[in-house]
Design a protein around this ligand. Structure first.
Ligand SMILES: [Zn+2]
Length: 73
């Protein structure tokens, strides 16, 4: 597979940044590319953070996962 770079020019790595936790399962956010789990997404309505798979009523899974697959390489 070709290596695809993800454009995040204004997002330098900040390892000391406190992790958010999933409101549903309580697991901290992670990075698929680093093998530490799954990133969290913010629910617009409540402002809470959820894993993509934990987020209730998610109807955009296809779009979200297509993005995550690119990130996960
Ligand atoms: Zn979760």
């Amino acid at each position: 597979m070709a290596e695809i770079s993800v454009a995040h020019p204004a997002h330098p790595p900040t390892p000391e940044k406190p992790r958010r936790r999933c409101t549903e399962c309580g697991e901290p956010s992670g990075s698929i590319s680093q093998g530490t789990g799954f990133p969290l997404v913010r629910e617009k309505v409540s402002g809470n953070f959820f894993h993509v798979r934990c987020k209730p009523g998610t109807r955009d899974l296809d779009a979200v996962w297509s993005g995550l697959e690119r990130m996960g390489g």
